[in-house]
Design a protein around this ligand. Sequence first.
Ligand code: 6PG
Length: 237
Amino acid sequence: MTRIIVLPDADAVARHVAASIARWLEQGLSERGQAHLALGGGRTPATVHAYLAPLIADWSNVELWLGDERVGDPQHPETVVERNIDLVRETLVERIGTCVGAVHAVPDGSPQDAAAHYGREMDARLPAGRLDVAYLGLGEDGHTASLFPNAPQLRLATLGCVAVLDAPKVPAFRVTMTLGTLRRARYLVVAATGRAKAEAVAHIVGGCDQSVPASLLGESLTELVIDDLAASCISRP
Ligand code: 6PG
């Protein structure tokens, strides 16, 4: 059962998400001696990362992953792509100061090769294919990670990750964890703020729909954390 948490503004959303991520990472560290955290891109994560960095005393057994990554067009390798890994490095890893267990970047190369390589890395490092935490954003069109409306990747039942060659959001070439892997995370959270996300939020609350990929996280979504504006199309208690 997904908990829907509505907070007054984007800052309160970021604080809540950071504190919850930290609790689940600490739980992984105390129960299994390691913890695995998948992060994404977009504008929202920077503030979450800023709050999260000081909440974990020792990051040396925490491994960072990307729920999705943007990759270059194999036909035009000269095109500069804003990578999610750079956001993670600049807004989280640099703030941590001490060493992090590992930062798993998606390698360069064709999206298919990069996805295959990342999948093997996940098989090798992720115990039972389970992330402790997957923290995802939400697009206005309902996409999450790089799972876009009605995309063929939504029908995959496999664990691991997969290439995306025609994302409707720039850049078109991406690698994304599958729904199966995201759903297996112990704490799966989607955070969304602002009025532009309100319709997508209402669709998630409305039930599973291939045209709103985030809704397919279903009951595995532990928390949907939104601000008042993003909650403007749902009925509130
Ligand atoms: C990406 C993403 C994507 C993002 C959402 C929300 O690489 O573009 O991982 O899924 O999280 O589009 O982005 P905002 O935080 O900018 O609204």
